[in-house]
Design a protein around this ligand. Structure first.
Ligand code: 1PR
Length: 551
C-alpha cells in the first residue's frame, strides 16, 4: 500500500486520522524527528490544541526548517486544523510565538459576545472560484472545532495565488481551507467529516486535487461576486449510547428513565438495547453528527488498560468518521495493582483508541466545589485543566446530571433560580438545578450556573447538559434549564434528556440557543431514526447535514 507520513510531535488524538487515511487505501508512517522529514514524499501535519503549544513543540524539536524545506521542494503537504493555522505568521492565541510564515497574516479569535466559542460543528468550505477544490463540494458540510481563525477578506490570499474555501459562523467569514501548488490546508477536520472529508483526504493522497488545481489556477479577475455569506453552521444532532455490563457480563447499550436502567419486572435485569459498535455505525449511517458513549458504570474492578470502552472505541473509529465522545470514569484513580493513574492518562488512552473528546461528570462537580472553596482559584491540577492543556479545550466536555429543586420564592435559596412555567408539587413557582454525582445517586449543594461557570474557567470546551427529571420521559427537552445554562456560559451547550420525537428537536432549536441536541432512547427503541429527525428539521427550514452514503 502507498505510504503517507504523519508528523508526530505532540500527544494528539490522531487515531481517527490514521483510520481515515487507511480507509483511503494508504498506510501511515510516523515522522518522529526532523531528520526523517526528507524521506517523506507526502507529509501531513495534524494539529491539535493551542497554537503556541503546537508551534513551540515543533520549533523546539527542530521541525520548522524541515517542514519548510519539504514545502519549498514542491512535495505534497497537508496541514489540518492547527496544522493550517501554523502556516500563517502568527495567532492572537499566542502572540509571542511565530508561525511557519508561509502565508502572511495573523489569526484572531471568534467574537464570543454573540455566539458560542469554540465554533464546534458542521459548516461550509466553499470556494466560489474552484467549487471542487481538492474534492470539496458546495453541497457538503465539514466538521470544525476551533476558537481562532483567519478572517476572510475577499481577494487577499487569492492575490498571493491561494485558492480559498470559506465557512461563515454568525457573521464572521473565515478561511476553511487553502490550497496552492503542492500545499493543502484545512481548518476543518476531514477525518471527522464523514464521506465529504474522506474525499478531500483521498484527493490529497492520490494527487488528483493538486493536479486539478494546477489545471484550474484561480485568476484574480474571476473571483465570483458573492452574495453576503450566510451562517453555514448546521443544527447538530447527536446520538448517545449509555453503555454498561449487564448481569450476564456483556457490554450493552442500555437506557433508563430518570437514570434507572433496570427493567420494571421482578427480575430487574439491566435493559439491553443492543451492541455498542453496531449501533454507533447505524447512527453514523443515519446521519448522526456525533456519537457519544457514556460508560455509566465505572468498571472499577478491571485493570485500567483493559477498560472495555477502549475496544469499543477502536472498533467504532474504524467505520464511523464523525466525532466520538467518551465519558464515564475519567478521574484520578488507583489501578487494581495499586498504581496511581491520572485522569490525563485515562483520557490519553481514550484518545489513542479513537476518541475525539472526553466527557467528565462527577469529577467536574468535585473540582468545581474545590474551585469555589478556594475563592475561585485555579491550581492547574484538575482533570479538566490538565486534559484541556494537553489536548485543547475542544477535547473536554463536561457532562452534567442536574435535578430540579423547587422553592416557593427566590430568597429561599442562595442558588440561581428561575421562575418556572411548571410549578412544583406544592405550587412552588421557582426552581434551581442541583448538580449530582455518581450517575445521579448523590445530590450536591452546587447549582448548574456555578458548575458551568467553574468548568468554563478551567478550560472545558463544551457542556453536555442532561436533566434527570426529563431523562427517558419522551416529553421534550427542559427548555428552562437549557436557557439558564446558555445564559451563564459562552462555550457551546448540547441539550440532552427528554427527546421523544423529531418535533422536540425543532422545539429546542427554536426556543433556546442550544448549540446541539442529543437523543438516546427514541433512537435505541427504534421509534425514530436520526435521519427522520434531520428530515423534519430540514422541512422546518433548519439547516442540517445529510449522510452522503458509502465512501
Ligand atoms: O461521573 O464522570 O463517571 O460519568 C458518568 C457518566 O454516565 C455521566 O456522563 C452520566 O451522565 C452518565 N450516567 C451515569 N448513570 C447514568 C444512568 O443513566 N444511570 N446516564 C448515566 C446518563 C443520560 C444521558 C441520556 C440522556 C438522553 N444518561 O446519557 O442519554 O438523558 O436520554 P433520552 O433521550 O432517552 O431522554 P462520571
Amino acid at each position: 500500500m502507498p505510504k503517507v507520513y504523519l508528523l508526530d510531535y505532540v500527544a494528539g488524538n490522531v487515531r481517527s486520522l490514521v483510520n481515515a487515511i487507511e480507509k483511503c487505501g494508504y498506510v501511515v508512517e510516523w515522522i518522529r524527528s526532523p531528520e526523517d522529514v526528507p524521506k517523506a514524499e507526502k507529509l501531513i501535519l495534524p494539529g491539535v490544541g493551542h497554537f503556541g503549544h503546537c508551534l513551540s513543540q515543533l520549533s523546539a524539536a527542530g521541525f520548522l526548517p524541515a517542514i519548510r524545506a519539504h514545502i519549498d521542494a514542491g512535495k505534497p503537504f497537508m496541514g489540518i486544523c492547527v496544522g493550517l493555522q501554523a502556516l500563517f505568521s502568527s495567532s492572537a492565541e499566542d502572540a509571542d510565538c511565530p508561525g511557519i510564515c508561509l502565508i502572511p497574516g495573523s489569526l484572531d479569535r471568534f467574537d464570543d459576545s454573540v455566539k458560542a466559542v469554540p465554533h464546534i460543528g458542521w459548516n461550509n468550505a466553499s470556494c466560489p472560484t474552484n467549487p471542487t477544490l481538492y474534492g470539496l463540494s458546495p453541497d457538503s458540510k465539514y466538521y470544525y472545532v476551533h476558537s481562532y481563525k483567519y478572517p476572510y477578506v475577499k481577494g487577499e490570499l487569492e492575490s498571493h495565488g491561494w485558492a480559498v474555501a470559506t465557512g461563515t459562523y454568525g457573521t464572521e467569514t473565515f478561511v476553511g481551507a487553502v490550497a496552492k501548488g503542492n500545499v493543502l490546508a484545512t481548518q476543518f477536520h476531514p477525518e471527522k467529516s464523514g464521506v465529504a472529508g474522506l474525499r478531500v483526504i483521498r484527493s490529497f493522497l492520490d494527487g488528483s486535487g493538486a493536479k486539478a488545481l494546477a489545471e484550474h489556477l484561480p485568476q484574480k479577475s474571476n473571483i465570483a461576486a458573492e452574495l453576503v455569506p450566510k451562517d453555514g453552521l448546521t443544527r447538530r444532532v447527536i446520538a448517545c449510547l449509555d453503555v454498561r455490563t449487564n448481569d450476564q457480563g456483556d457490554l450493552v447499550v442500555t437506557k433508563g428513565d430518570q437514570y434507572d436502567v433496570r427493567e420494571k419486572g421482578s427480575d430487574r435485569n439491566v435493559r439491553n438495547l443492543g451492541k455498542p459498535v453496531e449501533m454507533a455505525k447505524k447512527y453514523y449511517e443515519q446521519g448522526a453528527d456525533e456519537v457519544t458513549f457514556l460508560n455509566i458504570t465505572s468498571f472499577r474492578d478491571c485493570p485500567v488498560a483493559d477498560l472495555p470502552m477502549l475496544e469499543i472505541l477502536r472498533r467504532t473509529s474504524e467505520t464511523v468518521f464523525v466525532p466520538l465522545t467518551i465519558g464515564g470514569g475519567i478521574r484520578d484513580t488507583v489501578d487494581v495493582d495499586g498504581t496511581k493513574v491520572s485522569a490525563l492518562e485515562i483520557a490519553t488512552m481514550y484518545f489513542k483508541s479513537g476518541a475525539d473528546k472526553v466527557s467528565i461528570g462527577s469529577d467536574a462537580v468535585i473540582a468545581a466545589e474545590e474551585y469555589y472553596n478556594a475563592g475561585k482559584t485555579l491550581f492547574g491540577n484538575t482533570a479538566i485543566e490538565q486534559i484541556s492543556k494537553a489536548y485543547g479545550n475542544q477535547a473536554v466536555v463536561v457532562s452534567i446530571d442536574p435535578k430540579r429543586v423547587y422553592v416557593p420564592k427566590q430568597e429561599a435559596t442562595r442558588h440561581a433560580t428561575l421562575k418556572t412555567k411548571f410549578p412544583g408539587p406544592k405550587g412552588e413557582e421557582y426552581c434551581w438545578y442541583a448538580c449530582t454525582i455518581k450517575g445521579g445517586r448523590e445530590t450536591r449543594d452546587l447549582d448548574v450556573v456555578e458548575l458551568t461557570q467553574a468548568v468554563e474557567a478551567m478550560g472545558a470546551g463544551e457542556i453536555l447538559l442532561n436533566c434527570i427529571d426529563k431523562d427517558g420521559t419522551n416529553s421534550g427537552f427542559d427548555l428552562e434549564l437549557i436557557n439558564q445554562v446558555k445564559g451563564a456560559v459562552r462555550i457551546p451547550v448540547i441539550a440532552s434528556s427528554g427527546a421523544g420525537n423529531p418535533g422536540h428537536f425543532d422545539e429546542v432549536f427554536r426556543e433556546t440557543t442550544t448549540d446541539a441536541a442529543l437523543g438516546a432512547g427514541m433512537f435505541h427503541r427504534g421509534e425514530y431514526t436520526v435521519q427522520q429527525v434531520k428530515d423534519y428539521l430540514a422541512g422546518k427550514n433548519l439547516v442540517v447535514r445529510k449522510f452522503e452514503g458509502e465512501f
